[in-house]
Design a protein around this ligand. Structure first.
Ligand code: GTP
Ligand code: MG
Length: 260
């Protein structure tokens, strides 16, 4: 990958991509956080022009379609033959968000039990966890909580962004999908994840999903950077305002907003 080459034109985000379902989203704002937009406009993020990157791990049962999902987005390919991932694979995808270069490091992990212990050594330091299940296999949905628990052993649950992704949407009828979606939304709300349903075969929602992952990671990354630089400036922790559209903030965490 040539890091100096311009970002592909179809990887440029000027606006915040919207969630799929409001009731299971990380937040429901229409736009990027005002402090993020402002910092990017004024080139004040402290790291503007430098290389910003987020590590994302993709976990879930064997054969649910993790590799196909990544390949559909990164290479626009689809392979109908199953080739198990052995340990981990890795893809780097470059974006430009609000004029700032940003990359997602996508770690595609093995779902097979015998490769799991190799894969789990790569879980550490993730900014986002994508848990994939097959929309046509309820057992794979039931297993998502265990995948999450394992991934969280290596990460800070308070700062990591969670996505619950139902795959192989092309294989369900609308009625089957509606039933499964109900269960999946329940799980997503319980684990505080944003829910998506995709098909790597048809490409449905794949681009929208990864754009949302990139945007929310970028936003969190810049907010953390602003918080750090603010803290350095005044010698104290600066609170980034919490707000009401963040569905997954607990009542006790919610504070009156003051910054916008
Ligand atoms: N119809 C359909 N089949 C899919 C889709 N995504 C994946 N598959 C098929 O499901 C099988 C498994 O896909 P993979 O992406 O290799 O699954 P995986 O989760 O990476 O599996 P492990 O690497 O073993 O953990 C393959 O035969 C794919 O062709 C999809 O969206 N629709
Ligand atoms: Mg795989």
């Amino acid at each position: 990958m040539n890091l100096l080459a311009p970002v592909r034109r179809d990887r440029i985000l000027a606006e915040l991509p919207q969630c799929l379902r409001k009731e299971a989203s990380l937040h429901t704002h229409k736009d990027f956080h005002p402090r993020v937009t402002c910092a990017c406009q004024e080139h004040r993020t402290g790291t503007v022009g430098r290389f910003k990157i987020s590590k994302v791990i993709v976990v879930g049962d064997l054969s649910v379609g993790k590799t196909c999902l990544i390949n559909r987005f990164c290479k626009d390919t689809f392979d109908k033959n199953y080739k198990a991932t052995i340990g981990v694979d890795f893809e780097m995808e470059r974006f430009e968000v609000l004029g700032v270069p940003f990359s997602l490091q996508l770690w595609d992990t093995a779902g097979q039990e015998r490769f799991k212990c190799i894969a789990s050594t790569y879980y550490r330091g993730a900014q986002a966890i994508i848990i994939v299940f097959n929309l046509n296999d309820v057992t794979s949905l039931e297993h998502t909580k265990q995948w999450l628990a394992d991934a969280l052993k290596e990460n800070d649950p308070s700062s990591v962004l969670l996505f619950l992704v139902g795959s192989k949407k092309d294989l369900s009828t609308p009625a089957q999908y509606a039933l499964m979606e109900k269960d999946a939304l329940k799980v997503a709300k319980e684990i505080k994840a944003e829910f998506w349903a995709v098909s790597s075969l048809t490409g449905e929602n794949v681009r929208e999903f990864f754009f949302r992952v990139a945007a929310l990671n970028f936003e969190a990354n810049v907010l953390a950077e602003l918080e750090k630089s603010g803290a350095r400036r005044i010698g104290d922790v600066v609170r980034i305002n919490s707000d009401d559209s963040n569905l997954y903030l607990t009542a006790s965490k919610k504070k009156p907003t003051c910054c916008h």
